[in-house]
Write a protein that binds this ligand. Structure first.
Ligand SMILES: [Zn+2]
Ligand SMILES: [Zn+2]
Length: 187
């Protein structure tokens, strides 16, 4: 996730960048939820409008299940030292809710999603399964993924590439010259 923090006089602004469309949403002390953005399990950040959630209750049930299991796993990871008891409790409560939700059908399920499910989907903006992430499906390519791919197919080493880039900047003179050089070589 790309989060930028800026400090303007006494206020602190946070901004989120969509990996899919490039839109930036900024605000004071903003969180992902305020920005109406989501993060997938692989760390891509994107606007809520790009999440293609199937609207049938049975489909939502499966999505919520994946999210809750992911959330419980995160709690178990955090359950260490002084925080062991607290996070284990959260994890177990999450799994209990998840089991309860999975046993529901029809109207009962719809009621659960309408009442409790909505809270979960809103608070679990960080656990969108990759099936619902436009970047994991490569509908839009996140810059980091493109860099990783280019380094892989060109068999380049990240550290060495950075070193070469610094040398190139020195040879060319300025950052503007560097940009012009890149533009002239890419199709
Ligand atoms: Zn977007
Ligand atoms: Zn993703």
């Amino acid at each position: 996730m790309k989060v930028r923090k800026g400090f303007v006089s006494n206020s602190s602004t946070t901004s989120f960048l969509c990996d899919y469309c490039g839109e930036e949403r900024a605000g004071m002390e903003m969180c992902l939820e305020d920005a109406c953005m989501y993060e997938c399990v692989n760390g891509h950040t994107f606007c809520g409008s790009h999440v293609e959630l199937d609207s049938s209750p049975e489909a939502q049930k499966l999505i919520i299940n994946k999210m809750l299991v992911g959330q419980a796993a995160k709690y178990f990871e955090l359950a260490k030292g002084d925080e062991k008891e607290r996070y284990e409790k959260y994890a177990n409560e999450t799994l209990t809710d998840c089991h309860k939700m999975m046993s529901l059908k029809g109207e009962e399920l719809e009621d659960w999603i309408a009442n409790e499910g909505e809270d979960y989907v809103c608070s679990l903006q960080y656990e969108i399964p990759s099936d619902y992430c436009p970047c994991c499906k490569f509908k839009g390519i996140a810059a980091d993924d493109m860099i990783a791919y280019l380094l892989a197919i060109c068999k380049l080493d990240k550290k060495r590439t950075k070193k070469e880039m610094r040398k190139k900047l020195k040879d060319l003179g300025s950052y503007d010259d560097f940009k012009t050089w890149c533009k002239g070589r890419s199709s």
